[in-house]
Design a protein around this ligand. Structure first.
Ligand code: R5P
Length: 298
């Protein structure tokens, strides 16, 4: 019988260890990642890992702060004899720079995927931003599994919204919006977005004919600056629809994004708990645990 897997937190994601261990036959592990006064890191794993699967868990938003800790934890586990090391990163960063948009730019999706693939043996994530890339295999060289948020989002909508009209703010969002629409039996439509800069976004008007009495529910994978959702909220207001409910799979919320989105007129802002945030209302950890179970030794 294989030894019980050990789950260790990427610093700041201790609650995620609890969530995973509550759903898997796995042991929460103890590890220390401490900054020295000069900013270098001390890493120590206190739980025995020799011969055991180790699962590192933590989202990779604000990746510059987390990457070295992740790398050192994985290397330390390997040095201490861990059998296989996996990463459960509910939010996977660097998925949007998947081409060279302007001359001289780096294709960071590819470099980040290569780095993570050298660091761990497998990866589980939730709805990564696959758009031009058809699959994670395009940038990751290790086995990967994707946990889907659509069933949990659909269940939340069924429980909380009467007569919803689901709206995706851009072409990429169709994959998530259509999956949620299928699961909760609601109509959906997808707008078109033009992005000219980080915070310079425009979105086309919705076609609300026949849907006037419905509650609009905007759904997208990532809310970062919030500009995409803000422009979609404004278009729905211009079409005289009720104030929309805004749902993001990954609530990154850069700077004042949350306040700006509220000020733009969102009736309610709800996210999945891939990133810990006050807007978390939809739990996707059953799906994450199911995908992780598939990666562990039987
Ligand atoms: C990209 O197309 C993504 O699906 C999101 O629409 C985008 O990342 C949202 O970014 P922001 O909140 O900065 O507009």
């Amino acid at each position: 019988m294989p030894a019980t897997p050990v789950v260790l937190a990427v610093p700041g994601h201790e609650a995620s260890v609890e969530r995973l261990c509550a759903r898997l036959a796995a042991e929460p592990g103890a590890a220390l990642v401490r900054s020295f006064p000069d900013g270098e890191l001390l890493v120590r794993i206190d739980t025995p890992v020799e011969g055991r699967d180790v699962v590192l868990v933590g989202s990779l938003d604000r990746p510059a702060d987390k990457l070295l800790a992740l790398l050192f934890l994985a290397e330390t586990a390997r040095d201490l004899g861990a059998a296989r090391i996996g990463l459960v990163a509910p939010y996977l960063s660097f998925m949007r720079q998947d081409v060279r948009f302007n001359a001289g730019e780096g294709i960071t999706s590819r470099y980040f995927g290569a780095l993570v693939s050298r660091t761990v043996d497998w990866l589980v994530t939730v709805d990564p931003h696959l758009h031009r890339l058809r699959s994670l295999d395009a940038v990751y060289r290790i086995p990967t599994r994707i946990a889907r948020s659509a069933p949990a989002i659909a269940a939340w909508i069924r429980d909380h919204v009467e007569r919803p009209l689901l709206v995706g703010p851009d072409a990429e969002s169709e994959q998530w919006v259509s999956a949620v629409a299928d699961a909760c039996g609601a109509p959906f439509q997808v707008l078109e977005k033009t992005r000219r800069g980080d915070r310079d976004v425009s979105v086309t008007a919705p076609d609300v004919r026949g849907h006037e009495a419905r509650t609009p529910v905007l759904i997208d994978d990532i809310i970062s600056t919030g500009r995409t959702m803000i422009e979609a909220v404004r278009q729905l207001a211009a079409a005289r629809m009720a104030a929309p409910i805004v749902i993001g799979v990954h609530g990154v919320f850069a700077d004042d994004a949350l306040a700006d989105l509220r000020a733009a007129g969102a009736a309610q802002i709800v996210t999945c708990n891939t990133l810990i945030h006050a807007t978390n209302a939809i739990c996707v950890w059953d799906a994450i645990a199911a995908s992780t179970r598939g990666m562990l030794a039987p």
